[in-house]
Design a protein around this ligand. Sequence first.
Ligand SMILES: Cc1cc2nc3c(=O)[nH]c(=O)nc-3n(C[C@H](O)[C@H](O)[C@H](O)COP(=O)(O)O)c2cc1C
Length: 173
Amino acid sequence: MKLLAFAASSSTKSINKQLATYAASLVDGADVEILDINQYEMPIYSQDREEELGHPELAQKFFAKIGEADAIIISFAEHNGSYTAAYKNLFDWTSRIDMKVFQNKPMVLLATSPGPGGAATVLAAAEGSAPYFAADVKATLSIPSFFDNFDMETQALRNPELEDKLRSALAQL
Ligand SMILES: Cc1cc2nc3c(=O)[nH]c(=O)nc-3n(C[C@H](O)[C@H](O)[C@H](O)COP(=O)(O)O)c2cc1C
């Protein structure tokens, strides 16, 4: 199984990238690629820029990456209750190639934040809109209070209940 995993965050220290990477490591036998959305940075989307630039090569490459995957894990960072600007921009450009951005791929959607809310608001937004973008969401999981529940040294969850929930979610892929 070709498994594509990434954080919907452009932070180099992204806790969601750490979570997505850990989650991907739990999928037995998967050929894992951890994508960094910084590699797909484009000008802020506007219709004017689309008229000027068409479908930028980076958006086409991102769309192709999704197309090549058998399954996808995304972990969403939450900024002011919503997507990070970096992810939303990439998503908007890619949706102009084809609204079916996720190409019916089986997906597990995760989210985490340092606070008790665990980025659950952005996760709910991503799950709620998934059918419009051809995302076959198999499971979702929010990890609250990241630094209490994730061991930074071993780069693994240390809360057994959350670990069980994560493994159950991934088993759906
Ligand atoms: C502009 C901004 C807005 C934020 N808004 C939220 C929020 O609405 N909910 C939340 O749980 N955390 C919020 N945070 C804290 C983030 O969850 C935290 O920075 C986290 O590390 C982001 O994930 P990342 O490390 O994967 O980028 C915000 C952080 C920033 C910089």
